[in-house]
Ligand binder design. Structure first.
Ligand code: FAD
Length: 441
């Protein structure tokens, strides 16, 4: 629902800002930081009171690390607790085969960084707090868009102490897969059917557990991914879409036995799963918006294109969206030059193809996973096809999928001040604000 400005008598406070970013996930936090660095007044609204949440991925690929390196943060980030994943083990007919996926990849970061997303988001927002033009509101849940003459002028949110309004030149919806902003704007995503769902739960971790940061196991109709979160294991258990009812009807005891058969190293730990509420089911979705914008409003990250967990790339695409958005609108916002809808369309134009390509890959991979899960039902070992083995043994050949996974298509760079200034000169719509115009005349 959208509402005219000032409608709610109950509104406690009205704040003016230049850019209001809704959602403190990777897309929103990163965009807010990049804009703050550029000198833009930015308010970041996050519905939760902290960054600790269950449904979060933990992987940062080389593209995200290079972006962080460009703004001087990569080394400090790597000072936080994390693990690096280079090697993967796959079952083959001749036994397990381990390979270094990134051996042939040319980058300073030839690995996947596995880090609790909550730590990552804290790090990014702490960094943003160094800028006086940045404001973070935790526990601020956006419920309404403010619109005037068909232009979005900000949001109304419910905070701990009641209703607030933020008036903004640009509002960015970065509020994830269930985006409220998207709904309020009346945008309907185009959904691609997914053949899988994920059960998402934690089990405790012990010193003598496998040391990998990421481990996968397949069998008994399940595909398990274990993410080492140091204090515990986060487990993603892929099942065939719609089979959750059967899993539930068969009882937790049966699920625990199946899990223990597929991953015997953790067998005793599955006894910790005593209630179904410990095992939320995630309906895996891949969807995208036809249009990511309307006057005064831009959607980025999962709000614009919901990513499947397959490949663990959603965070990286969200960060890349933020980089492009900051590059396209940052300078205009800083100089208070009107942001036209075609600027917002430019963000979509640059990001849509890379997103659609990776989503197509995710859809195909999901089908492969579903087939693997189904074929593992009869307890025969799931094995990678024989023709794939030569690829896994060649760093040069592996560099092709590794590059695609790590960077995707057209990975963006953070523009330098000089590049932004040159682009502003080339863009005839870049009007200097009246104060600066007077100075220049
Ligand atoms: C189970 C699961 C596992 C995944 N694993 C990985 C992985 O390992 N690696 C990877 O790269 N990707 C993974 N993904 C995908 C990845 O999590 C998303 O693609 C990524 O988080 C998208 O980032 P975002 O910032 O767009 O949205 P989100 O991360 O969803 O962030 C949106 C933020 O907006 C806030 N919000 C929502 N509504 C409001 C509101 N009304 N007002 C204010 N704030 C609001 C939310 O609280 C949230 O903090 C996984 C996804 C799932 C579901």
């Amino acid at each position: 629902m959208s509402a005219p400005i000032g409608l709610h008598d109950l509104t406690k406070q009205v704040e003016e800002t230049t850019c209001c970013v809704v959602g403190g996930g990777p897309a929103g936090a990163m965009l807010a930081l990049l804009l703050a660095r550029q000198g833009v007044e930015v308010t970041l609204l996050e519905a939760h009171r902290d960054f600790e949440r269950d449904f979060r991925g933990d992987t940062l690929h080389a593209s995200a690390m290079e972006i962080l390196d460009e703004i001087g943060l990569a080394d400090r980030l790597l000072g936080l607790r994390h693990a690096k994943v280079r090697h993967f083990t796959v079952p083959t007919k001749g036994g397990a085969f381990t390979f270094d996926l990134f051996a042939g990849l040319r980058t300073k970061f030839p690995y996947i960084v596995v880090m609790a997303q909550s730590r990552f988001l804290e790090f990014i927002t702490e960094e943003a707090k160094r800028y006086p033009n940045f404001r973070l509101v935790m526990g601020g849940r956006v419920e309404e868009l403010l619109e005037e003459d068909g232009v979005v002028r900000g949001v109304r949110y419910r905070g701990r102490d009641g209703w607030h309004e933020v008036h903004a030149t640009l509002t960015v919806g970065a509020d994830g897969r269930f985006s409220k902003v998207r709904k309020l704007a009346g945008f309907e995503p185009i959904k691609t059917s997914s053949p899988i769902d994920v059960l998402w739960f934690r089990i405790s971790r012990r010193e003598d557990d496998p040391k990998e940061a990421l481990a996968a196991r397949v069998g008994s109709g399940l595909f398990l991914v274990f993410i080492n979160r140091f204090d515990y294991w986060q487990v993603g258990c892929t099942i065939v879409k719609g089979s959750y009812k059967e899993v539930r009807a068969a009882g937790l005891g049966r699920l625990r036995r199946s899990l223990a058969r597929v991953a015997p190293e953790w067998a005793d730990r599955f006894d910790e799963l005593k209630e179904t509420k410990q095992i939320p089911v995630l309906s895996v979705e891949v969807s995208r918006l036809k249009r990511w914008h309307k006057p005064g409003l831009l959607l980025i990250g999962d709000a614009a294109h919901v990513m499947s967990p397959v490949g663990g790339v959603g965070i990286n695409y969200a960060i890349q969206d933020a980089v492009v958005a900051a590059g396209v609108v940052g300078e205009k916002l800083r100089t208070r030059t009107p942001v036209r809808e075609q600027d917002l369309a430019e963000v979509q134009r640059r990001r849509e193809l890379p997103t659609r390509v990776i989503q197509t890959f995710q859809s195909l991979a999901q089908r492969g996973v579903a087939r693997g899960v189904l074929s593992s039902e009869d307890e025969r070992a799931f094995a990678v096809p024989r023709f794939v083995l030569p690829l896994l043994k060649s760093p040069r050949l592996l560099a092709i999928p590794a590059r695609f996974l790590s960077f995707g298509l057209r990975p963006p760079r953070v523009e330098t001040g000089k590049e932004i200034a040159t682009r502003a000169e080339d863009d005839s719509s870049f009007e200097l604000p009246p104060k600066m115009r007077r100075k220049n005349n």
